[in-house]
Design a protein around this ligand. Structure first.
Ligand code: SF4
Ligand code: MG
Length: 275
């Protein structure tokens, strides 16, 4: 039990976010820090790791340990950190482009590996930071950007929840930036749940996908409570239109643990990397 009680403010750094005014990521940052506060996590025993993209700037905006890493590799680094330091709470964060395109392989294998950490994917169905290219979750006919082919890509978008479930994630949920308290509750539950927890948060990109402001009118709670039956969760995803919010699936797979940890100390690394 911590002697100190933390508030959401305690997890926010003094670095001012550079996101566009109205971007959904402001709200997701607040949901993450609220979830940390609700769990009363010790900031220096909590790590936020990201890839590259607008949403991946999140580690700099928190007071926890953090690593703004390289494109698509946030999950690999987060998993390595959790395995080396199982005492830490590790949260990985990033976007749909980062996590499903160049990082798609890491996403698959982290679901499969089931290391005890949480992955928050902020999905705005576009590459925001690189100015509006279609991402793996973009609708096939979307062409409202100079960076999209006329008529759209013609490619079916991924449903990230379906990929997570089929690849073995132990907790699968969807939140919405327009519902910060609901999203904070989902993230807290995801952190508490053992194994690899995946939370897709629909987070509007108001600069390249202004129409996503309308998401607030179509989002709704999941029609049924969370299930621990993967087949049932898969059936629900077959009719999922992307706007159902809440926890879909809570599995009971045991989190991955290495058979042994390497017997090294920080001092050994110091010696090895000494110039
Ligand atoms: Fe947010 Fe889009 Fe601006 Fe990036 S480009 S900060 S995702 S609104
Ligand atoms: Mg994106």
């Amino acid at each position: 039990m911590n002697a100190v009680t933390y508030t959401a403010r305690d997890y926010k750094s003094d670095v001012k976010p550079v996101w566009c005014p109205g971007c959904g990521h402001f709200s997701v940052l607040s949901s993450i820090t609220k979830a940390f506060a609700d769990l009363n996590l010790v900031p220096h025993q909590t790590a936020v790791v990201s890839g590259i993209g607008c949403s991946s700037r999140i580690p700099a905006y928190t007071n926890c340990y953090g690593f703004h890493s390289i494109h698509g590799r946030g999950l690999a680094i987060a998993a390595g950190l959790k395995l080396a330091r199982p005492d830490l709470t590790v949260l990985a964060a990033g976007g749909d482009g980062d996590g499903l395109s160049i990082g798609g392989n890491h996403f698959l294998h982290n679901c499969r590996r089931n290391v005890d950490m949480t992955y928050v994917m902020m999905d705005n169905r576009v590459y925001g930071m690189t100015k509006g290219q279609p991402s793996p979750t973009t609708e096939s006919d979307w062409d409202a950007s100079a960076m999209a082919p006329p008529g759209g890509t013609g490619l079916s978008p991924f449903n990230p929840l379906a990929i997570a479930l089929s690849a073995g994630a132990n907790f699968v949920a969807r939140g919405f930036a327009g519902d910060p308290n609901g999203t904070a509750a989902i993230i807290a539950e995801a952190i508490r749940h053992p194994g690899f927890s995946f939370v897709a948060v629909m987070s509007p990109c108001v600069t390249y996908r202004d129409e996503q402001r309308e998401w607030k009118n179509v989002m709704r709670p999941n029609p049924a409570p969370a299930t621990s039956d993967a087949s049932e969760a898969a059936r629900r995803l077959l009719v999922d239109d992307g706007y159902n919010l809440g926890v879909l699936y809570q599995g009971d797979r045991q989190a991955y643990k290495p058979k042994s940890l390497p017997d090294v100390a920080i001092a050994d690394f110091d010696k090895e990397f000494a110039l």
